[in-house]
Design a protein around this ligand. Structure first.
Ligand SMILES: Cc1cc2nc3c(=O)[nH]c(=O)nc-3n(C[C@H](O)[C@H](O)[C@H](O)COP(=O)(O)OP(=O)(O)OC[C@H]3O[C@@H](n4cnc5c(N)ncnc54)[C@H](O)[C@@H]3O)c2cc1C
Length: 426
């Protein structure tokens, strides 16, 4: 059996952050990084907007501002992003403050999905140059945490330290792993919401600020804005009993591609369940399945004009007349979101949209489309033994899957934090 100083599961930003840091500070280390996909994947492939300001992407239960700032500085020094210019912020902020809304001024860069692919290619080549063994198409299956042996789809590998960074998509894998390795965990929050798609002229703030972060009452916020060459996409989720549901999401190409004149962004509400506690993940799955049932197997879309009149949208009525742009996710089913989204969630989202339309007038144009559901699932929160996301001796759980981040830069930072822990223990 081959033996490694460190094995890393996942080539997303969390896994890459850990790998680069370990090899930079201990160049001779035997390091294996694997990914179940045939290509290095992870979230750098999607749009690749990077946020370099607290608290974007940092769950506050496991990060403090000063700590996150120090790690962000290290992430920025490594990735060397071009920070986008922002304009007219005071104007929007003043309007927002008057109605109890906060606009966060975030330092951002944007590579686009095509730019992200170039970045990944470069990073993987660099990792190999630095001596890492990069194994693609190799899936981590199970773990003997006592013997420190990882079973994969290709082999058994012995490790000194294991860093597990399977992302949000690896939620079920991580759950099984925690169960098998005896890692205690608590339930986590769930973000439930919609994705809004409209013409750029109805949300012109994006010309001044690429991904504006508004915080509304009732734990509601804007998230992941895409524009210029922007599309809504759907992600497939499968349940243990064979059920399938979709969450919508968004991405954009880099500014070198021709613009389609559309903008999309999520409006999310954070839901934290209390006594009697149902699992947040199980709740989110039920919402997803219900949306899929009403959407005939896909997500639901509805024009604002129909929503306001309390009518469902129909395929035949969806385009033409006022409804003057085609949806970029045509596989979504025109329907009635109000029949599927919980009332409390829908009220918070609609209230936030009215507030946003006051700050950036135009958003509630009848042609604007709402897609439902956009659900952000996080694994249950592992109980960590230290500040370095160590869950068992020699076992570190990081990135979005473990709930230690919610974005590219914070995921990378969580990898640095785990690497610091591994190096400090040697
Ligand atoms: C459509 C979309 C757009 C997004 N846009 C942005 C954005 O613009 N800006 C931003 O900051 N964030 C964005 N995000 C979120 C961002 O992608 C994540 O926050 C980030 O990628 C999390 O990093 P991670 O390393 O934890 O996980 P991931 O990036 O998801 O990487 C996990 C990796 O682990 C692999 N893996 C999983 N299970 C196994 C296994 N059992 N064995 C081997 N490998 C496994 C996966 O194949 C994957 O490559 C977006 C997400 C999506 C889905």
């Amino acid at each position: 059996m081959e033996r490694y100083d460190v094995v890393i599961v996942g080539t997303g930003p969390a896994g890459l952050g850990a790998a680069f840091e370990l090899l930079a500070r201990k160049p001779g280390m035997r390091l294996l990084i694997l990914d179940k996909n045939e290509y290095s994947s992870g979230g750098l492939r999607n749009d690749c907007k990077m946020n370099f300001s607290w608290p974007i992407g940092f769950p506050e239960y496991c990060w403090e501002e000063s700590e996150a700032a120090a790690y962000l500085a290290r992430v920025e020094a490594f990735l060397n992003p071009s920070i986008l210019e922002k304009r007219n912020l005071e104007r929007y902020s003043r309007r927002a403050e008057k109605i109890g809304v906060k606009l966060l001024a975030i330092r951002q860069s944007h590579l686009g999905t095509d730019g992200g692919l170039e970045l990944i290619k470069r990073l993987v080549a660099e990792l190999k140059d630095r001596g890492a063994e990069v194994s693609l198409g190799e899936k981590a299956l199970s773990l003997d945490a006592e013997r420190r042996v990882l079973m994969t789809s290709k082999r058994e590998a012995a490790y000194g330290n294991l860093v597990v960074a399977p992302g949000r998509g690896g939620f079920a894998y991580l759950q099984d792993l925690m169960h098998g390795a005896g890692v205690d965990y608590t339930d986590n929050v769930v973000d439930v919401g919609i994705r809004i798609e409209t013409r750029e002229e109805h949300y012109p703030i994006v010309r001044d600020y690429y991904d504006p972060k508004f915080i509304f009452p009732k734990k509601t916020r804007t998230f992941c804005t895409n524009s210029r060459a922007a599309h809504v996409v759907q992600e497939k989720y499968e349940t243990e009993d064979g059920g399938v549901w979709y969450s919508v999401n968004g991405h954009a190409w880099s500014s070198s591609r021709p613009s389609n004149g559309l903008v999309n962004f999520a409006m999310l509400k954070t839901v934290t369940l209390t006594e009697p506690l149902a699992s947040g993940q199980a709740y989110a799955r039920m919402l997803g399945i219900q949306a899929s049932l009403l959407g005939g197997g896909g997500p639901i879309m509805q024009r604002i004009g129909d929503f306001r009149l309390g009518k469902r949208s129909f395929r035949a009525s969806f385009s033409g007349d006022l409804y003057d742009f085609e949806p970029t996710l045509p596989s979504a089913t025109p329907g009635d979101i109000g029949l599927s989204a919980p009332a409390k969630v829908m009220r918070a989202l609609w209230n936030a949209m009215k507030l946003l339309d006051t700050i950036v007038p135009g958003l509630l144009h009848p042609s604007t489309i709402m897609y439902y559901p956009e659900i952000k699932l996080y694994a249950n929160r592992p109980v960590f033994l230290d500040r370095h996301f160590r869950a068992k001796p020699g076992l570190y759980l990081i990135g979005d899957g473990a709930g230690t981040s919610r974005g590219i830069t914070a995921a990378w930072a969580s990898g640095l934090r785990a690497a610091d822990g591994i190096l400090a223990a040697q």
